[in-house]
Design a binder for this molecule. Structure first.
Ligand SMILES: NC(=O)c1ccc[n+]([C@@H]2O[C@H](COP(=O)([O-])OP(=O)(O)OC[C@H]3O[C@@H](n4cnc5c(N)ncnc54)[C@H](OP(=O)(O)O)[C@@H]3O)[C@@H](O)[C@H]2O)c1
Length: 330
């Protein structure tokens, strides 16, 4: 059956923030396709998640060349759904992709050379059936390639019309500073920095965020629930249908220690007092700082997505609440 988006998608939307000092607005919640959209996943649910997201004004979809199991399958599946459901709405969407981690064998399928990045973007466009992506990221800093080469490749993508904006992800702060300067000198300023940010991982508050503020660069947070730890999922063990129970992926069972679960139980109690689920509170917490322009959620079901949308009802934290969260998360 063909999909017709909700006519109220902007009237009742998630709300939008300008990305740094740019003219591009991003939805407060963006949708990430790292897990749950590959060939090993339930693609009927994946489609429903994309439709539900769009119906609620989530206009930004975040991908990378290696997302999905196997690599590339998230982009291919997204491309198929895009063609079938969203073809008429392409101009209402911000689609991002990245390259920088291992994608194919040999010396040209990894890191940050011009050879890899440009070949990878061409492949991503083909998989998704797109003429251009809205944002292309260098997915990680490459210590063996001159930054001028990596950033030069990004600038050329913009000049060729294959990417409208460019960004960086997980760069050490001194390298981010250099990258911002090179991209500005090239006339293709860096739009955005994407990094991990959640109640349990806050180091960017001292590094990435102050620099982005100084330079007027946007910031988007990934893994806001620490891959699902900051939800009610692991409060009583490791459920079968959880990311930690899968043989693939980066969340390992041994990360879920009794000390961590103890913290999660306390955070859950705190969330309940605010009238929120733990996931809602953790997402709202990421948005407490207006410098966080958007938070990328990754959900495995429509129900999780709907729960997460509820986070936006209350993103305000008093100083005392902020202190308490810090104390518990330690
Ligand atoms: N730039 C980078 O290097 C980088 C790295 C990582 C991620 N990212 C981006 O950020 C996106 C989000 O990262 P992430 O997937 O790690 O995000 P996350 O929100 O920290 O974790 C998502 C997982 O949390 C669980 N979850 C979500 N909502 C829930 C709810 N309401 N109740 C219970 N459990 C819930 C689900 O786990 P189950 O699957 O167990 O149900 C879901 O798969 C990615 O898709 C990707 O686009 C970028």
């Amino acid at each position: 059956m063909s999909y017709t988006p909700s006519p109220d998608r902007y009237a009742n939307s998630v709300g939008y923030n300008y990305c740094g000092k740019s003219g591009l607005q991003l939805p407060r919640l963006s949708m990430g396709l790292w897990h749950n959209f590959g060939d090993v996943n339930d693609l009927t649910e994946a489609r429903k998640m994309l439709e539900t997201a769009f119906d609620n004004g989530i206009t930004h979809f975040d991908l990378a060349n290696n997302y999905g199991t196997p690599f590339g399958s998230a982009e291919a599946n997204f491309g198929k759904i895009l063609k079938e459901d969203f073809a008429r709405y392409r101009d209402e969407m911000i689609i991002s992709t990245k390259a920088g981690h291992t994608m194919w064998d040999g010396p040209y399928g990894d890191w940050g050379s011009r050879k890899y990045l440009i070949a990878s973007l061409n492949q991503s466009l083909k998989r998704m059936g797109l003429d251009y992506v809205d944002i292309f990221y260098s997915h990680r800093y490459d210590p063996h390639t001159p930054l001028e080469e990596t950033m030069g490749a990004l600038s050329d993508m913009v000049r060729q019309g294959k990417a409208l904006y460019v960004g960086i992800s997980k760069y050490p702060t001194d390298k981010a500073r250099q990258a911002y300067r090179i991209l500005a000198d090239n006339g293709t300023p860096c739009l955005i920095n994407q990094d991990r940010y959640n109640i349990l991982t806050r180091d960017i508050e001292q590094t990435v965020l102050p620099l982005a503020k100084e330079k007027g660069i946007g910031f988007i947070a990934f893994s806001p629930l620490a891959q699902g730890l900051l939800s009610n999922k692991y409060l009583k063990g490791i459920p079968e249908n959880s990311r930690a129970a899968q043989s693939y992926g980066f969340l390992q069972k041994d990360q879920i220690t009794p000390q961590l679960v103890n913290k999660l139980i306390k955070l859950n109690e705190f969330a309940k007092k605010r009238g929120q689920s733990l996931a809602q509170m953790a997402l709202a917490w990421c948005l407490h700082d207006s410098q966080v322009n958007s938070v990328i959620i990754g959900t495995s079901s429509v129900n999780q997505l709907k729960d997460n949308l509820g986070a936006l009802k209350n993103t305000h934290f008093t100083d005392e609440e902020m202190w308490l969260v810090g104390e518990i998360a330690g």
